[in-house]
Ligand binder design. Structure first.
Ligand code: B12
Ligand code: SF4
Ligand code: SF4
Length: 223
């Protein structure tokens, strides 16, 4: 006789969400990220998506890391395992941390927790804040009730980021969760703009696809 399935009791993350909001998070969601995990971390099938309404600068990274630590501590106190994915591992010159961003994309946790979809600009679009938010993710094995995912683009007929991208990097295709291999943005073109426009040297890039987006014009940025 086969093994009887053991029902795992889920619990609400309402108190964790409230705690993180008090500590400065603009949005917190929980996603079932089972489909988006690489082999090494399949046991950590919940993603706590954290977003702050700030540009991705040093202070923002520090705030996101602090929020991640609070979530990790909260989970540990309840006996659960977790893994904090650094907000901006690309710019941190540390071999171990640099490996983590290949294990998981913040965009996956954001769509799985229903906090946004992937816009034609390749970025997470939240319907209130657009793509102005900066993101971090804590993966965990805690059986938290997940929020409802977003699986389709809500960009509609808009093509503003396609028309205005100075490097011609945005292809204009629409994202859907069922078609993960679509190439929405040519990142080589996006990166190459830095070489010809020295004023972007200190920045990761021009960011025009954020400011031009109608969804980004609503929320007032804090930093
Ligand atoms: C490397 C990197 C870059 C590179 C390459 C871009 C890229 N690949 O995204 C470069 C230097 C070009 C870059 C540029 C920028 N970046 Co950048 N970057 C990253 C970094 C460190 C890793 C991204 C990565 O390689 N992921 C791996 C690939 C495979 O996944 P992905 O494309 O990110 O996401 C896909 C999956 O999530 C999938 N997906 C979505 N939902 C689901 C659900 C399921 C179930 C599955 C299976 C898959 C799936 O669809 C996504 C799109 O194809 C992330 C931080 C992070 N850890 O996420 C920031 C990040 C993506 N960057 C960010 C930003 C802000 C920028 C810039 C605006 C720079 C700036 N001026 O600040 C530009 C924007 C250019 C653009 N239009 O995208 C933000 C995006 C915020 C947002 N609202 O989306 C991030 C999340 C950093 C952060 N902590 O907030 N970036
Ligand atoms: S950051 Fe600038 S160059 Fe890169 S995709 Fe956005 S608008 Fe284009
Ligand atoms: S500018 Fe328009 S097409 Fe581009 S991401 Fe925003 S809503 Fe989507």
């Amino acid at each position: 006789m086969g093994k009887a399935a053991v029902a795992v009791r889920t619990f609400s993350a309402a108190s964790l969400k409230e705690l993180l909001a008090r500590e400065g998070a603009t949005l917190v969601g929980v996603g079932d990220i089972t489909e988006g995990l690489s082999r090494e971390i399949t046991h950590l099938n919940r993603g706590i998506a954290l977003a702050v309404n700030r540009s991705l600068n040093r202070d923002t990274v520090d705030l996101l890391v602090r929020l991640e630590r609070i979530a990790v501590k909260w989970l540990k106190e309840r006996g659960f395992r977790s893994l904090a994915i650094p907000p901006d591992s690309d710019r941190i010159n540390d071999k171990l941390i640099a490996k983590l961003y290949h294990l998981f994309s913040h965009k996956t946790a954001a769509t799985c927790s229903g906090l946004g979809w992937i816009g034609k600009n390749g970025l997470i679009i939240n319907e209130t804040y657009g793509s102005k938010l900066s993101w971090a993710t804590v993966l965990t094995d805690a059986p938290i009730e997940p929020d409802r995912p977003l699986t389709e683009s809500q960009c509609g007929d808009c093509t503003l980021c396609v028309k205005h991208c100075p490097s011609g990097a945005v292809s204009g295709q629409s994202w859907s969760r069922g078609e993960p291999l679509k190439r929405l943005v040519n990142y080589e073109k996006c990166r190459s703009l830095k070489k010809v426009r020295p004023r972007f040297e200190e920045k990761p890039n021009c960011g025009l696809c954020i400011t031009i987006c109608p969804f980004s014009r609503n929320g007032h940025k804090q930093g």
